[in-house]
Write a protein that binds this ligand. Sequence first.
Ligand code: GP9
Ligand code: MN
Length: 809
Amino acid sequence: MIFAILLLWKMLPFMDIIKVEHNQSIILFISMLIIFFMFTLVHFSNLKRKRSLAFIIYSIICSVMFIDVVYFSYFNSFPSIRMIKQFHQLGAVKDSIKMLLGFKNLLFILDLPLHIIYHRKKPIMNENKSYSKYIRFGIPAGIGFILILTLSIVDAKGLMVPVMNQEPFTYHIMDIKEVFAVEKGKDEEIIEERGGLFSQEDLEELLQRTQLEEGKHTGIGKGKNLIVIQVEALQNFVIDLFYDGQEITPNLNRLIKEKGSLYFDNYYQQLGRGNTSDAEFVTNNSLYPSMEDPTYVQYEQNTFYGLPWILRDNGYTAWVFHGYEKDFWNRDKAYTNQGFQRFISQDDFKLVETIGFGITDREFFKQSIEYLKELDSIDDKPFYAFMITLTSHTPFKMPEKYHYLNIREEHEGTILGDYLQSIHYVDKALGEFLEDLKKAGLYDNSVIAIYGDHFAITGYNPQGVELMSEFLNMEYDINEMFRVPLIIHVPDVEINETISRIGSQLDFLPTILNIMGYKNEKGIMFGRDLLNYQGKNFVAAQIYVFKGTFIDDDTLFNMSSDGLFENSQAYNRKTREPIELEKVKARYEYIVSEINKSNYVLKKDLIKLLMENQGSVDLEDLKGKNIPDDKYIIRCYNNPLEELSKNYEEGHRLMAVKLKFIVEEEVVLEGGYEIKDLAHWMENHEDAYLLLKTDEWNKGIFLKVKDEYPDIKDRLIVEQTKFDQYYRLSNKAFKNIFFNATKGNYTNEEILDFLKRNPLAGVILNEEYLDNSFVKELKDLEISIYLDGVDENVDIDQYENLDGFLLKQ
Ligand code: GP9
Ligand code: MN
């Protein structure tokens, strides 16, 4: 039992590191019950080597906790097992991981070897003591019972979502279950999004948005080459920074001051699961990156129409340059559909000098000049070169000879001191590259854009925050951490401006298209032209923070980690005064809907469809077949098949049946009949739709039906009663899902919030919910509303806005 107590003791620093702020005692209590359940089961068992078994369990849990805290220290969220797929890339970032192995994190596994030594030395007494079966099973069963009871209460109180977001055991169990559910459904149709999430009007609006208006600086780069340089971990705070009189980025500063330069000083990163590769993706495509897998992996095969393609359509040749292994981040495969015609990768460089990941930036640039000359000589048309640097990758360790700066003792060996050395080196390499471009005769005829891919120093561990807050003399949070510079230099034009309007990598494509004077006539862009857009722009960060978090000119909104809007925080971006949550709610919702729309574009490969259909797609064609608009959904529970047939003959096309298990694995209809009879009935009634209800959700009953009868699944509407059921149902490709609100304890607010984030076909309410503004807001989401608990004699016309009623037979 010592292990259980040790684990419990480790839970405290664990909860501190993962910043559990809400419902702490419930979370700790649930962890405690799970721990004691496992360890009493072992402790009181008759197993032979139970001490060893307990130690193995303990070691596994400690290791997972360790991975969690290391991951959390960087990403501010729990890891998912789906990331195992990216494990092969770990080697490349081993130096960065080393940095996260602080003492506090190591604490979680530090005692493991000690136990082994102690265990070896001291034979264990009582190892084989046996307990009566009342104790053996009674104690764990008792704890298990309290656990189930607690979870049911938590569930009934609507706290399951916050618990699962913050309690490690339940999080990992759900994560594993979800990943397997998704894996199994992989070959099948992708998640069908519908409802108000992406309407025909949305598509029209996006196509309109993509047609940029001419305005300020339109076309000043027309006909010129374009060289875009994505600089590893270039943060904005180093621009114009003097460190004890030493200029950190003299070359970038000079470029910013030159004639022809535009400097965007409120420009932000926009990443998903693919880090650097997402910065590339977003910059070239103006779409949000995926939060499931790296976009280059997940959507490798999609059709895109971003910067390389648009420039190619205007006569350009597009190449991409990066001095690392070509398959890292799946770049080699993804670049083809991105539109790049050639990838100059590590294989094409002589590795005469390497630092960290690989070839030094100085060598990378030097050798690239020759390739640029080759690219330039292909034809007499301009080119697009997209170049991704490498040297300033965390942990920023530079060889002694490149320590150009004198670093104060207090910063010596810190991430900040190392970073300044490293980025100073990169600035030098960039400066030399610009000179070499001049020598090669390429500078005067090329528009050059330079930006940072993402932050260098995390604001998610106390050391980083303290170091940076002290150094910058202000609070170091996402507002500063996510900010990267963007410089666009257009040769020979009489301009020099600093643009402070807020923007992100999402806005690069529209902004550069305006400068280059080319139109995006086939694709979709979510970003805005930062030189001409007059509306209120924003940055919707997705990673390191929770979906819905945003930064705009005035606001900093941090979505709560437990997933409930009411626990979030909003501040005035300048004064840091708190802002009432209600004031930012509409904006938060809009921002979530933007991300959802972008996900829809990726999931549906919508750009492909647009291109195949000359820009016009009827979204109705992409949706599940329409659910019949029957006024009544009749429950057929007593004699299901007879009732289905009878009601069908009377004209009903949408009816409800209830499923249950009779024995493990065998699903039947309430009132009799096997599921195969139902499938048969469905096959003979091709326009009938059924609402499937169940009280046995937990056993995966719907998924079983779908697996066995995939042909009818699109006419089956499944009913979910809890928010957390959605992910599995939708990923298992049920096109139509209803949310039955009458079974839970969710507030109207929570329901609306959920339905805005997740596309459902319908919602079932009872009279309690029928307040007008709520129904109206649901209607705005284009969700069908059904009312339960009314009888046939009720005057239905009194309820406008409702789509139907659930009726007893
Ligand atoms: C590797 C480089 C680094 O090719 O782009 O990627 P990162 O670790 O920053 O995502
Ligand atoms: Mn990077």
